[in-house]
Design a protein around this ligand. Sequence first.
Ligand code: LFR
Length: 477
Amino acid sequence: PNSLFYVAADFGASGGRIMLGEYNGRNLRLEEVHRFANEPVMLGKTLYWDFLRLLLEFKRGLTLTGIRRKNISSIGIDTWGVDYGLLDRRDELIGNPYHYRDQRTENIGREITDNFISWEKLYAKTGVQYLPFNTLFQLYADKKYRGSLLEQAESLLFLPDLFAFYLTGHKYNEYTVASTSQLLNAGTAGWDPDLLQAVGLPGKILQTLIRPGQVTGILTRAVQAETGLGAVPVIAVGSHDTASAVAATPLATAQSAYLSCGTWSLLGVERDRPLMNALSRQNNFTNEGGVEGKIRFLKNVTGLWIIQQLRKHWTENGEEIGFPAISKQAAAAKNNRFVIDPDADVFRAPADMAAAIRDYCGDHGQGIPRTIGELAIAAYHGITGQYKQVIDGLEAILGYRIDAIHMVGGGIQDGFLCQLTADVTGKTVLAGPVEASVLGNILLQLIAAGEVKNLAEGRELIQRSFGTQEYSPQPRE
Ligand code: LFR
């Protein structure tokens, strides 16, 4: 039988890729068409995404896709969460989308919870963890610092929605990405108009919520002409990258946790219903919307961001070094007592990550890490130490033991990280697939097309096509 071809556009905080999925009725195969860096731009004091460049790379990727294959069934888009673009009444983009690490949201969460709604109430309504860059907080910062721009805004589109708009001309908000914004009500899974009103934000900018698995439009004539593709449909997938990654995680048992490992580490479990109680709030667990009506009960841990920023620092200082070499030197570090708290504020967006780690270790009486290996091991210990804490928190809240951790995403190419995760948590680690977001994206397209029945069948397909690697916990000295 003829194969079917699906395009996944997956934008992460450090890079994007356009991939082709080939489905032959039994197995799925991936082909990389285009990969590019995602390099934010500091403009004065403000950190922006380079949205125009990302859109250009997207369209370039579509052109390259068209050269390889003529028969594309559909396109799906997923990106990181919380960030957005605002359109005016002529559908022009108002300003450039801000990076969630931009410092304009500093103290905003505080201001909102002091003046408008307590954190307890906000959490009970939305079920979303406290992160300084939640969309709710960003919009409030827009109002506070650039009120005239927000006044002009007619539509808010999260990043995946924004890309989709420029491909098809249709505006909507996809549910999984909307669910990380802290603008949804966890109980109804719809917008919470009272919340916006309480904080003084314009409700009219919110769009119709679309569930993953729907066709939302076809490429505009202009985009068809630009890319050489035909009238290809765009499907709303789990457009939050983490929703897609979890969709593609073939969890071995209902008591398994997933750990999506990229710039961020997202560690949690899949549930049928949101869970908000004092313990989940104190531990800052979030309830994000998944595909097929599932809830991703998880916590963000600052992940490879630290290692990525170390590498950037070394590269800029003339020491070209790849991730495998960094990992190797960390594993071999002579002095390996160093450990940081990766979620400490000082690591959110430091100008020099190596200096931030040296200062942290110095201030905490650990001495000063100096070599590449020592700096990196401080990060590895910090990250895996947080994993352990999150697992302990999950077990306390859920009242059962997690029996395995299923790791996916780019980070699992680092065998040292996988093994250390097993050792520190004492859990069996199952690793794979690497391209989880891309595969979850394609899976939703297959489900929309009726080629795959549901999530469970899709996960079997992914397990069958890509397999997993097991790491057993070893006693630590
Ligand atoms: C992962 C991710 C996380 C989100 C963070 C910021 O790529 O989407 O889920 O909390 O990026 O958007």
